[in-house]
Design a protein around this ligand. Structure first.
Ligand code: GLC
Length: 728
């Protein structure tokens, strides 16, 4: 199959004119003509940063004329579209490309299918808290089924940026702070989107993004500069991409940011040395939106022509909507600045991926019947609920949860009754009207709950607070962030809950009521005040289509919460960036003044990585660890469910290399297993950690594993652990 494709690529390339070659490197946006003159890209940005609501977006899209530049398709000047969907529309455009252009090269239709398509799953940061690889894969498979039924063949996902700073709004779009867990997430997502055979018309090409270290943006400010050692790059930010490439991910998107002064879009070290030469990546690179042009704004090149030259020479194959390639590459080849070899290499990468996707043999991947049968099909709802249930993290519970059906309960908050708030950021295709709001879910379980919004235009309605408190003993406050407060271009310097939301909780507490917070948010928040003052905190994130039913099952004990945080919740934004796998320092925080700490607050986070409560309790004992003859680490532990409710537990294994030629983190996640243990039962669980997984990069950038003492920690979070030492 591989040789056949390479042969077909060479044959096709030999027939192509220079214009047709350049056309294959151009991804076009969709111009929206009518309501207002913006590109589809700009419309997406307006949706993502909340300048227009999803409903307004749909209205613009429905009554605006879309200009698909059909003559450019006919002339072979367009290779791909971002954001076109609908079986009929896509097939019409595909027909022009395949039957009316000279060489009949099919279009590749891409879109941001990040956490579901029409059926929406939890935002990735939430879903990562399920620590469930099968679930991660399954939801992406469903998303691929729905998206491909709409004519989409390529998703710009998974987003696998390591994020250690909750000020960064895009932390919501990834799987948290740990390289090992995010690598597992990356593999599961690539498998889910692409399947065993990526030419299957019901699957999608995956796109690992944003390559690389985008989440290390200084100050947590989106698009900001990143700068780090090669060791940190290869130990923390690159591993998920290495895993994605190994799993067969077909496309990769370089990030907007500069890394050590060189924009990722034109970074030879990243795109050539690491991706092509070290990782042997043989798929295709797509720029981020307008990112090639932004090399000019970075100040890394004089003009768009040089941006095109430097990006294409570095190995960036396709230009997402900046038009730099389509405007400049012909001249660059004519005056000899750009070699034909570099151009042909990029064209071959694009053609190879299109052949692998099966588009030459089957360019029409869907039809209106398949679209009708697939989109928002009720058969996807059980998985949407299962994913939502497993993504919920119980952060605090003084015993008030689970609730009983016969209790007098009131619900407050503007987020409670808003279906569209359940979809979170980067849910462009989501069918919000098809989602179950938190209030609906609670009413589905207990229809006599009373509800008052209590917030109107950022003001507390004290009469409504009085009313709901006069009628009920327990109040469920559905509070947190709006979905427009995370995602792209949504960094925040203050990560406490929005003031009016916190004021609502205070207002209820002042009336002497017991309060359960159901938190809707897309980033870790500073909950230090809430943790001190309310009875329970349920981290419900934005869980998508089945959010309300999942939240109510947890609140009433129909499902025992088992989510574990994949990103640290700081005590205060002043601690950021904050993460569990940090080095010791020579003066780790302690009682003495002269140690690494703050005068005005603890160094410890509010909730650590890997943390999450259950309605039952688990007792760990009998930890054993030994290196076997091949230098692999064998670990075993006994875990008993000592409570009166069956439940899932995520058993986590961390390792510390006590002495090494470069200081190592005090803990690093090296394995985990999610197990179901019945009340009163005990389970013996074992792990095997490969010797190679215990290595690191020394000063000469050689990856090594050294002999010496290792500390092994096992527990239900990165903090509550048993530990033992073992010699390699
Ligand atoms: C955006 C995002 C990227 C997305 C792309 C296409 O700016 O950075 O994640 O895939 O544009 O919409």
């Amino acid at each position: 199959m591989k040789n056949n494709i390479d042969k077909r690529v060479e044959e096709l390339l030999s027939k192509m004119t220079i214009e047709e070659k350049i056309g294959q490197l151009h991804q076009s946006g969709v111009s929206i003509v009518g309501a207002f003159e913006v590109s589809f890209e700009e419309l997406i940005n307006m949706l993502t940063d909340g300048r227009i609501t999803p409903k307004e977006f749909e209205e613009y899209m429905s009554n605006a004329e879309e200009d698909f530049h059909e003559d450019d398709i006919r002339a072979g000047r367009i290779s791909s579209f971002n954001g076109v969907h609908g079986a009929e529309k896509v097939n019409r455009l595909q027909k022009i490309a395949v039957e009316e252009s000279r060489l009949g090269i099919p279009l590749l239709i891409g879109a941001d299918i990040i956490h579901g398509c029409k059926t929406t799953f939890p935002i990735p940061l939430a879903e990562s808290c399920s620590w469930d690889e099968k679930l991660w894969e399954k939801t992406s498979e469903i998303a691929a089924d729905e998206a491909s039924s709409l004519g989409i063949a390529w998703t710009f996902a998974p987003m696998i940026d390591i994020a250690r700073d909750p000020r960064w709004g895009r932390i919501s779009e990834g799987a948290g702070e740990d390289p090992y867990l995010v690598s597992k997430f990356a593999v599961a997502k690539v498998k889910g989107f692409q399947g065993e055979d990526v030419s299957d018309p019901n699957r999608l090409l995956a796109c690992a993004k944003h390559f690389v270290a985008y989440g290390a943006c200084e100050g947590g400010r989106d698009y900001n500069t990143t700068d780090m050692s090669k060791q940190r790059l290869h130990e923390v930010y690159l591993p998920p991409f290495k895993a994605a490439v190994k799993a067969g991910c077909q496309t990769i998107m370089p990030a907007f940011n500069d890394l050590n002064g060189v924009p990722c879009s034109m970074n030879n070290y990243l795109l050539k040395d690491v991706l092509r030469n070290e990782y042997k990546f043989d798929g295709m690179l797509i720029s981020d939106a307008n990112a090639i042009h932004e090399c000019v704004i970075h100040g890394a090149v004089e003009n768009r022509k040089e941006a095109a030259l430097k990006s294409l020479s570095a190995g960036l194959d396709m230009d997402m909507t900046s038009n730099c390639y389509i405007e400049n590459v012909k001249k660059l080849t004519e005056n000899g600045d750009l070699s034909i070899e570099d151009l042909d290499t990029a064209v071959k990468n694009v053609l190879r991926v299109k052949f692998r996707k099966g588009l030459f043999d089957n360019p029409y991947i869907t039809d209106s019947n398949r679209e009708k049968e697939t989109v928002s099909n009720a058969k996807f709802r059980p998985l949407a609920k299962e994913s939502a249930l497993n993504s919920i993290v119980l952060l605090k519970n003084d015993g008030i949860l689970p609730l009983k059906r016969d209790m007098k309960i009131g619900v407050v908050g503007n987020l409670a009754d808003d279906k569209w708030e359940t979809i979170g950021a980067w849910a462009i295709m989501a069918d919000g009207d098809n989602c179950i709001s938190v209030l609906e879910g609670i009413k589905n379980y207990k229809n006599d709950v009373s509800y008052e919004k209590c917030i109107e235009k950022d003001k507390i309605n004290e009469e409504e607070v009085d009313k709901i408190c006069s009628e009920n003993d327990i109040i469920i406050a559905v509070v947190g962030e709006g979905r427009d407060m995370t995602g792209e271009a949504s960094s925040k310097a203050d990560i406490t809950m929005p003031k009016v939301q916190q004021d609502l909780v205070k207002s209820i507490l002042n009336r002497g009521k017991r309060v359960i917070i159901v938190l809707m948010n897309g980033r870790p928040l500073d909950l230090s005040w809430e943790d001190k003052n309310v009875n329970a905190i349920v981290e419900a994130w934005q869980l998508g289509t089945e959010m309300g039913n999942a939240v109510s099952d947890v609140l009433f004990g129909e499902f025992n919460p088992c989510g574990k945080l994949t990103t640290t919740f700081p005590y205060n934004v002043g601690q950021c960036p904050i993460y569990y796998n940090h080095p010791s320092t020579g003066r780790p925080a302690g009682k003495s003044k002269f140690t690494s700490k703050y005068l005005d607050m603890p160094v410890e986070p509010l909730y650590p990585f890997g943390y999450g409560l259950s309605y039952t309790t688990f007792k760990y004992n009998d930890l054993r660890a030994v290196f076997n003859n091949s230098g692999d680490l064998e670990v075993s532990i006994k875990v008993k469910n000592t409570g009166n409710m069956d439940g899932n537990e995520v058993v986590q294994v961390y390792v510390q290399d006590m002495v090494a030629s470069r200081v190592r983190p005090v803990k690093e996640l090296k394995s985990f297993k999610k197990v179901f243990i019945k009340s009163g039962e005990e389970m013996d669980i074992s792990f095997l950690i490969k010797n190679d997984d215990l290595g690191y990069y020394n000063e000469e950038m050689n990856y090594i594993t050294e002999k010496g003492t290792f500390k092994v920690f096992v527990g239900g979070s990165s903090k509550e652990v048993l530990d033992t030492e073992v010699e390699l």
